[in-house]
Unconditional design. Sequence first.
Length: 330
Amino acid sequence: STGGAVATPEDHDVEYLTPVSIGTPEQILNLDIDTGSSDLWVFSSETSRSEVKGQTLYDPSNSSTAQKLEGYTWSISYGDGSSSAGEVYLDTVSIGALTVSSQAVEVAQKVSSEFTSDSNNDGLLGLGFGSLNTVQPNAQKTFFDNAMPALDSPVFTADLKAGIPGRYNFGYIDPNAYTGNITYVSVDDSQGFWDWTSPGYAIGSGSFENTTIKGIADTGTSLLLLPSSVVSAYYGKISGAKYDSTQAGYVLPCSPTPPDFAFGVGDDGAAIVLPGKYINYAPTGSSGTTCFGGIQGDSGIGFAIFGDVALKAAFVVFDGGSKTLGWASK
Ligand SMILES: CC(C)C[C@H](NC(=O)C[C@H](O)[C@H](CC1CCCCC1)NC(=O)CC[C@H](O)[C@H](Cc1ccccc1)NC(=O)OC(C)(C)C)C(=O)O
């Protein structure tokens, strides 16, 4: 089997939302597919009313296929400090033509203010490794883990785009979605992430800098978070760029367009090139002359994060069979 659905960007590509159908008859929610976590949780009829502002709610009592996992709970907190918690049902979940009949659907009873204010986001669908799932007393499998045995090929692909809808596909690699070759690299799943190592980077037309950058491919993180040495080398090339402590990040003049940024993939010279305009993440004020940088530091995290700013320049294969990542330009 195969499946897939569109991934529609919210403002500034801060996140991408994908329609997912849950239950019988189907209830369609727009979820943030997140390779940086492994819980499928949704706003629901059980979410406290004061914490719901516009989200679509999954109501298990309206689904003939919902089964409550009595005594099961979940509680999660993310890198940005947001959190949610609740109870667990099993129900039918589909992404396009791909259906998992008995998927753990974690219903939120409470969500933090960041989720309440993100009115188009009805929940998350985690595609990290199973070790990250927070359900107690027994961890639950991700949608991909449940679907994998039936997939034509044990893969899903991320084809996120700048400012326009892209796609997540399951079970196949669309040859029309990328250019050139796909370069596969090994993944270290010991921390539950799609964790890989880039051999280095290049700035604009400059020479390639060999320096290992170990980091995760994370569709749920908006920016590209890199070691401070790389970040200061990049912004050091841009007059007027500086670290702005009030914004808690590097800012730069929105024009002229900043230099491209390339990160290496594999050991035979392949690279993904981010057009400089991706580094103008968003204007910081009303004037529109200063932009918040799409590349920021990873200090305090312990690894780099190849988030949406990086992923939207690539076609990425998440291979659950060989536990590798495939990177291609597009
Ligand atoms: C629970 C663990 C097992 C796994 C857990 N994983 C993560 O925290 C990484 C994961 O990818 C999480 C998943 C996100 C949680 C918050 C909602 C959106 C998804 N990523 C994160 O926690 C990283 C947070 C994102 O980068 C936010 C997301 C966002 C979206 C919309 C509006 C505002 C903010 N962007 C964001 O802050 O963008 C700015 C900087 C431009 C404002 C961890 O490592 O702790």
